[in-house]
Write a protein that binds this ligand. Structure first.
Ligand code: ATP
Ligand code: MG
Length: 399
């Protein structure tokens, strides 16, 4: 077996030495057979979480009530989950209870799609109970078992089917698609965080346009927060959308397509983190600035370099103008006279010294911002003398 399986094989061996079974399962086996880059390695085992905690030195009990622990080994993390059968999902979040079992086959049966229900042992032998390899070959997403039951049990699987169609470029099996349409209303009951996680991966998919075709065809979006209220947004999506690698980019795009929905509302409805929100807000600002001014020093200065690539993806999606390169942004950034406000040699207190009779107020920040813009534009040198001269010619409006 190639890396990263080679290293992880040691974990399977160790568990087997304790007279238990252990296999690689799920996405890593699928991606291995598809010759795609392997993400996380997930391991399924007949050993209980208790035993795993005793066998390995560093174990983090991330989801121990569902049988999942993370084993740290040679600086890598491996999710190790005990074979289980899921109870009902009455809250549409987690199964109400899980039952640990000692057979692999039942564990594979609870998994969502055939392509995700493969297992592989330490020698690379594949356990394929549902003709999964045939589905991989035919590029088909198909539920394990009856679609109606599986989607009713956990409606997130409807969104996951869309997500995999976007990531893999696969078709959705006819019957599976039929039941996605039939059960889609149940998406309403899901915890939104679960939907958001899947949507992030959906929009980052290499075949996102394939996913969007299914999103439209199934009308599943009508049950996804915000799209429920503004279903027309779906038709505003570009027909040849490029993958957007972060949720911040996605929210920025959605807001720019339909400005009546603010970033704040998307963030609230999709329960995104503050970091995603800040990213989306910065990207929106940069795109709007680009629309009226093109690329200039102020844009590059305002936008965190971490978001440069996202910004490029967005403007390439939104404006079919000449392409902007990352290099261009970085070299502009490197030539900026200052990198942030704190670099300005004059501070608020210096302004107060210049106008000892003025009260503190918004004029302080406004003046600093004007100075900042002049410096970034290259019109003003960042030194005491020049800034004070500039202030004399442009006295602040003290309010
Ligand atoms: P990725 O490469 O994006 O991690 P993945 O297939 O590993 O894809 P995960 O969400 O990490 O997807 O889930 C791991 C495995 O757990 C899946 O391959 C699938 O077998 C099973 N699984 C995950 N979520 C569900 C679900 N809602 N219903 C049934 N099985 C699921
Ligand atoms: Mg995974």
């Amino acid at each position: 077996l190639p890396e990263p399986f080679q290293t992880a094989t040691a974990i399977l061996r160790e568990i087997e030495q304790h007279h238990h079974q252990a296999f690689f399962v799920g996405g890593c086996v699928r991606d291995f057979l598809l010759k795609r880059p392997i993400g996380d390695i997930d391991i399924a085992t007949s050993a209980t979480p208790d035993l795993i905690q005793r066998i390995f030195e560093k174990v983090i009990p991330v989801g121990i009530e569902h049988g999942t622990v993370v084993v740290r080994y040679k600086k890598e993390s491996y999710e190790v989950t005990t074979f289980r059968i899921d109870g009902t999902y009455s809250d549409s979040r987690h199964p109400d209870h899980v039952e640990f079992i000692d057979q692999l086959d039942k564990d594979l049966e609870r998994r969502d799609f055939t392509i995700n229900a493969l297992a592989m042992d330490k020698s690379g032998a594949i356990i394929d109970l549902f003709a999964s390899r045939a589905d991989l070959q035919h590029k088909l997403i198909r539920t394990v078992g009856n679609g109606f039951d599986r989607f009713t049990e956990d409606p997130l699987r409807i969104i996951r089917a869309l997500r995999f169609s976007s990531e893999l470029g696969f078709q959705i099996d006819k019957e599976t698609l039929f039941y996605m349409k039939k059960v889609k209303e149940a998406i309403n009951n899901l915890a939104v965080e679960r939907i958001t996680t899947e949507l992030g991966k959906f929009f980052a998919g290499k075949y996102v346009n394939n996913g969007i075709t299914y999103l439209k065809d199934t009308e599943a979006y009508k049950h996804i927060p915000v799209f429920t209220k503004y279903p027309q947004i779906i038709s505003l999506l570009p027909t040849h959308l490029k993958p957007l690698y972060s949720l911040g980019e996605v929210l920025a795009l959605l807001h720019l397509l339909e400005p009546t929905v603010t970033v704040k509302e998307w963030v609230k409805e999709w329960k995104c983190s503050n970091q995603i929100k800040q990213e989306a807000l910065q990207l929106v600002e940069a795109c709007n600035h680009y629309k009226s001014n093109g690329i200039n020093d102020w844009l590059v200065y305002q936008l965190s370099p971490a978001y440069y690539q996202g910004f490029i993806r967005l403007i390439n999606t939104l404006f079919l103008k000449k392409q902007v390169s990352l290099q261009e942004l970085i070299s502009r950034m490197n030539n900026l006279p200052i990198t942030s406000r704190t670099d300005i040699v004059i501070k608020g207190n210096d302004l107060i010294d210049l106008y000892p009779h003025a009260k503190r107020g918004p004029w302080l920040q406004q003046t600093i911002t004007s100075i900042e813009k002049e410096i970034v534009a290259g019109n003003l040198k960042n030194d005491n003398y020049n800034i004070k001269e500039w202030i004399k010619c442009n006295p602040p409006e003290i309010n």
